[in-house]
Design a protein around this ligand. Structure first.
Ligand code: C2E
Ligand code: MG
Ligand code: MG
Length: 701
């Protein structure tokens, strides 16, 4: 207690009376003087002093009345009042004390005694206030302890329970008496590990505090979640005095968290994992398989015939079917495997720990049989089957998304191959498909960027030394790979609609060139190669018509279409119709690569092609190979019999030409005459061409 901060108010009509006392006290306290009772009341009320010295005998308001009034003011009630008077009568003292005075000092005042008494009084008052404050604190603490919703456990230094509150009993079911003297361990649920508790005690010993969630067990065995905070209370010497543990029951919160978790990770209909949890499981499964150095299968399962069931019997039956199917799938799996529903009737399975494909196939075969068993739902007998695609990790050493995509692709193949079966993803096929799709988009872009070009290779009549025309042959001026021949890219687009787009481009570009040459006075026939798919496309004839419409100056009869003999035979009646329609537009036909197909004479007779073009593979060897020579001679005779024109392709040398002329084939195309050349070189070539003297005007033999 710092006495210098304490203030004493002296009330006396004759302050001189107090002069000596005041002098004696002013070193220790602050002294304030009031010269009347009224003045004293006013000062005291303004700022309550710590002690009042009060004279009794004063005019107007005497000391007794002043005291009474002081005591009636609530803020001043507890301020000790000391009467200072010359009266020695015992009654006067009694009256003052009755009014609540704390003490009496009689004049003449013994300074030493007065100082001591005042000191004691102030000290006592200080202690009283302290006590009062503590009592209030304790009352508060006790009411917190008693009324809080949180459970409070107090243990001694040995961690034996010395008190618990009502909330503790409510939450745990144990009465206070049942737990006193026990270790709080008695609430242990077994859900926390020994390491967990070790860390908790570590924190308590280092920080005197621990905070966290505990799973505890109530008296009747239920497990509950307690958000707990434990504090160590030490005495002045730093020794542990006791522990206070406070816990809030957060079981409802935890349950809610759990529900949210379920909603986020499980399919509400079937209760099996959803796509989100699958992603998690797949990542784990990959890691596990890598560690275990064995195999896992990622399977995509899609039901066959689910939609009809849904449509026919309604969604409720559909839902029940999905529940049953997911159950059946689960039956076929082993612990550690996963089945997830990722869409309407689509499931993904993760089968772990296989040593070879066969093991996995056994499981899938069983699963297919099980899913395909008919089932009775709401008195309806329904049946579905499953198409399964799978890929094996790490044979297919891909990331999670790619594995799923591969399994999905394989599933589509299983569907295509007739459903109710599984199909194993084939990496090699996938690689080819991938390259192909890249090529396709590259070719599409090349068309837009105008990277294609037509080259032309002359066709001549060797005997007359006359240029008949030229065949348009496509080239790709590839920005990186340079000039590409057709066989470097056409096979990639075979069977796709890109063939048609490219074919249309060739047609219109060839007509441009043709029109151009005609205007220059060059009178030749241009032939273009038509892919089977393009020829059979429904608007082929129309696009030919509009091609001509776009080139109105074009003289008719100058366009020839080369179609593959093999293609013409695929759908001979339809091809015949298309050919006839085209011929009405003045277009003629050559059967390209003739001899490589298996055309029977009947077919050949039916096809209205004006020209047969003998394949270069036969021509190449006629000089040395009697078989090829016989074939070529046969074809030439055939064309004569059927009254068709004939041309030989692949004429590389003078001798080839000489022999062909001998056999009766006058028309030829080949490196021996000219290589395919850019369009802008053709006119000059035609002009400057020197017919081969060995061929010119040669008599047939
Ligand atoms: P094709 O219609 O039989 O064309 C003849 C091919 O033989 C051309 O190859 C030509 O350069 C080549 N050739 C010509 N003379 C000789 C020779 O004396 N010796 C050798 N070794 N080869 C010779 P190219 O230009 O590489 O075309 C290959 C094939 O691509 C063509 O065979 C044709 O089937 C196809 N093709 C070319 N352009 C087009 C087109 O615009 N559309 C379609 N659908 N196919 C085309
Ligand atoms: Mg051709
Ligand atoms: Mg050919």
């Amino acid at each position: 207690m710092n006495s210098k901060s304490l203030r004493i108010l002296a009330i006396d009509d004759m302050p001189a009376n107090l002069a000596l006392l005041g002098l004696a006290l002013q070193d220790d306290y602050q002294i304030q003087i009031a010269t009347s009772g009224a003045k004293g009341l006013e000062l005291a009320q303004d700022d309550p002093p710590d002690l009042i010295l009060l004279d009794i005998m004063m005019p107007d308001l005497d000391g007794y009345e002043t005291c009474r009034r002081l005591k009636s003011i609530p803020t001043l009630r507890d301020v000790p009042i000391v009467f200072v008077t010359a009266l020695t009568e015992i009654e006067a003292e009694a009256q003052g004390l009755m009014l609540g005075a704390a003490d009496y000092l009689t004049k003449p005042i013994s300074i030493e005694i007065a100082r001591l008494r005042i000191h004691n009084l102030l000290e006592r008052e200080h202690l009283r206030r302290e006590l009062q404050r503590r009592e209030a604190d304790q009352r508060l603490a006790a009411s917190v302890f008693a009324h809080t919703h949180d459970s409070v456990v107090i243990t001694d230094a040995n961690n034996c329970i010395i008190d618990v509150n009502a909330a503790f009993s409510r939450i745990t079911g144990y009465s206070r008496e049942e737990v006193l003297g026990n270790n709080p361990k008695m609430l242990k649920s077994g859900r926390q590990s020994a390491e967990f508790y070790k860390a908790m005690w570590q924190s308590l010993s280092v920080y005197d505090h621990w905070n966290g969630e505990l799973w505890n067990r109530t008296k009747n065995g239920e497990v509950y979640a307690a958000l707990t905070s434990i504090s160590v209370v030490r005495d002045e010497q730093g020794q542990i005095h006791h522990y206070i543990g406070m816990s809030a029951d957060i079981t409802p919160l935890k349950n809610h968290e759990f529900d949210l978790e379920r909603i986020a990770h499980f399919d509400p209909l079937t209760g099996i994992p959803n796509r989100v949890l699958l992603a998690d499981r797949l990542a784990q499964a990959i890691a596990h398989t890598r560690r275990a150095r064995n195999h896992m299968a990622v399977c995509y399962l899609d039901l066959d015939g689910f939609k009809p069931v849904n449509d026919q019997f309604g969604h409720e039956v559909g839902d029940l079917l999905l529940i049953e199917v997911s159950q059946r799938i689960r039956e076929c799996l082993r612990a550690g495997d996963t089945v997830a529903r990722i869409g309407g009737d689509e499931f993904v399975l993760l089968l772990l720990d296989f040593n070879d494909v066969r093991e996995c196939e056994v499981v899938l075969e069983r699963m297919l049989r099980r899913v395909a068993e008919p089932l009775l739902i709401a008195e309806n007998l329904v049946s579905v089957s499953a198409s399964l695609g799978l890929t094996l990790y790490p044979n297919d050493l891909a990331d999670a998304d790619t594995l799923l995509r591969h399994a999905d692709q394989a599933m589509y193949i299983a569907k295509q191959r007739g459903k109710n079966r599984y199909h194993l993803f084939d990496q090699e096929l996938d690689r080819i498909a991938l390259i192909r799709s890249e090529t396709l988009s590259e070719i599409e872009a090349a068309l837009v960027n105008d990277e294609f070009e037509l080259y032309f290779q002359p066709k001549v009549n060797m005997r007359q030394g006359k240029v008949l025309g030229a065949e348009a042959l496509i080239r790709w001026q590839h920005p990186k790979r340079g000039l590409l021949p057709p066989l470097a890219f056409l096979p990639d687009i075979e069977g796709t609609d890109l063939v048609i787009a490219l074919g249309k481009w060739v047609l219109s570009r060839a007509l441009d060139h043709l029109q151009n040459w005609q205007q220059m006075g060059l009178d030749i026939v241009i032939s273009i190669n038509i892919a089977p798919r393009h020829l059979l496309h429904h608007d082929f004839v129309d696009s030919l018509k509009s091609g001509f419409a776009n080139h109105p100056q074009l003289r008719r009869g100058c366009l020839e279409l080369e179609i593959l003999e093999t293609a013409a035979l695929e759908d001979i009646s339809r091809v015949t119709v298309v050919m006839k329609d085209c011929q009405e537009l003045g277009v003629s036909f050559a059967l390209d690569d003739f001899g490589t197909g298996y055309s029977s004479l009947t077919y050949l007779k039916a096809l209205p092609a004006e020209t047969l073009k003998i394949d270069q593979s036969f021509i190449r060897d006629i000089l040395g190979d009697p078989d090829d020579l016989a074939i070529v001679a046969g074809i030439i005779n055939l064309t004569a019999a059927f009254n068709r024109a004939v041309i030989a392709e692949g004429v590389e040398t003078e001798e080839h030409g000489v022999l062909l002329l001998k056999l009766g084939c006058d028309n030829a195309q080949g490196y021996g005459i000219a290589r395919p050349m850019p369009a802008n070189e053709l006119a000059a070539w035609v002009k400057g061409w020197q017919p081969n003297a060995a061929w010119l005007n040669r008599k047939p033999e």
